[in-house]
Design a protein. Sequence first.
Length: 383
Amino acid sequence: MKKLVNVRVGGRVRSIVFEGDRIAAVEEGALPAAPGDIDGGGAIATPGLVDIHAHGCIGRDTMEADFAEMAAWRAARGTTTWLPTTMTCFREDLERVAAASRDVPGARLPGIHLEGPHIAKSRKGAQNEECIRPPDLDELRALRPAALRVTIAPELPGALEYIRGAAAMGVSVSLGHTDATFEQACAAFDAGASSLTHTFNAMPGLGHRAPGPVGAAMEKGAFVELICDGFHVMGPVVKILYKAFGPDRVVFVSDSIRPAGAPEGRYDCGGLDVFLKNGEARLADGTVAGSVATLWQCVEKAVSFGIPFDDAIRMATETPARAAGLDAGVIAPGRPADVLLVDDSGDAPRLRAVILRGEVYARDGEPIAQGAGDSSAVPSTGA
């Protein structure tokens, strides 16, 4: 059954036609609506957000290998595709997570992101040092096809061989939790790595005589993940990275962990105690852990820093999808029928409704019963 929604895309009125869970057509102008169609209410339409680095939320964690509640929570807040991200842990735990990442309702889950266990102890951050181990391609093969993305420190012995092997398997390789020099990072990009993991965090900075991984990413045209919550990276530095790499290479990620969307307190994250207070997640010694932001909040923060909304959206949709090799993040025929309806009538863009798999999934951050009121997705903005 086909459905359509009349919206604004790229400043022009268009009709998006859904057929099943795919976009069948994008037509110029507004087509006549029929019973059962979705009322766009003059909203802006954007692709559903794509989060390729997210550990947990609402008190749940990827390592529990139970994704339904997290997928529902993320979808209601605009993330329609995500890669549950593992912590540095034992192989049997990773295999259990990989086996569970199939047929999950809510936000689409095409696979998982392995953040570690092949990382530098000196830059472990909030990762469990006891589980850090040398690169092992046999371990990665055991986690395929679920493992779509991996973070590794390229200076480790055997890392370049691992990167070549992972890239040959179709796994996107990102450099992170690393003390790599500029030269080591460049060698890793030449071997098949394509991005940095949470740029600036858990890696050397960009020095004028030691460019490090960030300089190597500039040199090699890599993607750069960015936790755009205003805490992990300050606003002026967010803008510097945006100006240096552009919206086609900056990848917004939430890197959200168990306390996201949950009350303040102590949480277990990968076997480590993480404390949430005043919107910041830290270890007992003050080490910054992951974030408690949603990807939509990262978009809002970027706009507050002065980044154009269209570019902020691209860095949370099309660009992360390309970085991880995913079929998502674009409004075009044949692509997933995952669309956000955004009200721009106020001072800042507001997420009003989420269309997931061609159906209205949520309004104003709350899931709705499927089939209930699909024809009134958003109130009219007068546009």
